[in-house]
Design a protein. Structure first.
Length: 314
């Protein structure tokens, strides 16, 4: 979207500020509520905490040695107790992979006077905080094309450093890649990209069966178009300029086009059983964080079973 010539801080400043604020935000959430949601999701959907033999660090059970297995699999201490040979099995552990995409393109630097943060700051704050919560819950988190999935407790530091040292062009939408079928994808962007680009992105990311959530981060001014009189709008990524003689006359058409664009995006996500919501930067970052975290716990199961639709705005 073309925005008036008003911008927030630089990306470096936004990354550093988001680093500190995201830690505070993650720590301030009601941990008992989040844990209750996690436990409920685990019990209902069984994607985590599902105990079975496999690669892991926790002891699961002893079983009888099967002829033909490598002899090094035998647990000789347990086998010495009777006349049978036993193998010590470890509990299967499967870390869920979550890919987060924070849009860091030039249009995200916009911030009107009604906003708490620029779109970029809000996106980074929520991305960092969500990553910390997910890693604390045993998940792996990565950024497509920038950072491989990690379960490191210093995930915020890793993400911030990767962004600060990233020399690549700032893309609005994530680069093409093939996530695993059980992966979760969260794309935080203003989604002012052409619908065909969004449709292509969705087709590529969902081809393997991965589930995802799109959140449109917008400034209050982009939501309501509160302009009047002669206004000069500058397209932040292309540099083109549009001058409105009486901007208030554009408001009706603008609001209608935004509604149509969102309806088209929602139609595409509904086809894939993905989630789509919007978030305005005048609202609480904690509200969006809780929505994403709790929604993902449900989506991990609904993508394989019953359909869950979220109609409320985040």
């Amino acid at each position: 979207m073309a925005a008036e010539t008003e911008h927030g801080p630089s990306e470096i400043t936004a990354v550093r500020r988001a680093d500190g604020e995201s830690r505070t935000l993650a720590a301030s959430l009601p941990r008992l509520v989040l844990e209750a949601r996690r436990i409920a999701a685990n019990v209902i959907h069984g994607l985590h905490g599902r105990r079975r033999a496999g690669a892991g660090e926790s002891f699961w059970q002893y079983r009888r040695f099967v002829s033909g297995e490598p002899s090094q699999n035998v647990d000789w201490r347990r086998s010495a107790r009777d006349d049978h040979l036993y193998v010590r099995e470890q509990e299967w552990e499967s870390a869920h992979t979550v890919w987060l995409w924070p849009d860091r393109s030039p249009s995200m630097a916009f911030a009107s006077k009604q906003a708490r943060d620029s779109k970029l700051e809000r996106t980074l704050i929520v991305t960092f905080a969500l990553a910390e919560l997910l890693v604390a819950g045993g998940e792996r988190v990565g950024i497509p094309g920038l950072m491989n999935p990690t379960a490191s407790r210093s995930v915020i530091d890793k993400m911030a450093q990767a962004m600060l040292h990233d020399d690549a062009a700032r893309l609005s939408l994530p680069p093409s890649f093939v996530p695993s079928a059980l992966a979760e994808i969260v794309v935080l962007s203003d989604f002012w990209s052409p619908l065909q680009e969004i449709r292509t992105m969705l087709a590529g990311l969902s081809a393997s069966g991965a589930h995802g959530t799109l959140v449109q981060i917008v400034d209050p001014a982009e939501e309501t178009f509160p302009y009047s009189g002669r206004i000069e709008f500058v397209e932040p990524e292309g540099g083109s300029v549009i001058t409105a003689g009486r901007a208030e006359k554009w408001a009706g058409d603008y609001v209608a086009r935004v509604a149509l664009h969102r309806a088209e995006i929602r139609a595409e996500t509904n086809k894939l059983d993905w989630l789509f919501s919007t978030h305005t930067t005048s609202r609480s970052a904690a509200e969006l964080l809780l929505f994403l975290h709790s929604g993902m716990m449900v989506a991990k199961g609904s993508a394989r079973g019953t359909t869950v639709k979220v109609g409320r705005r985040a």
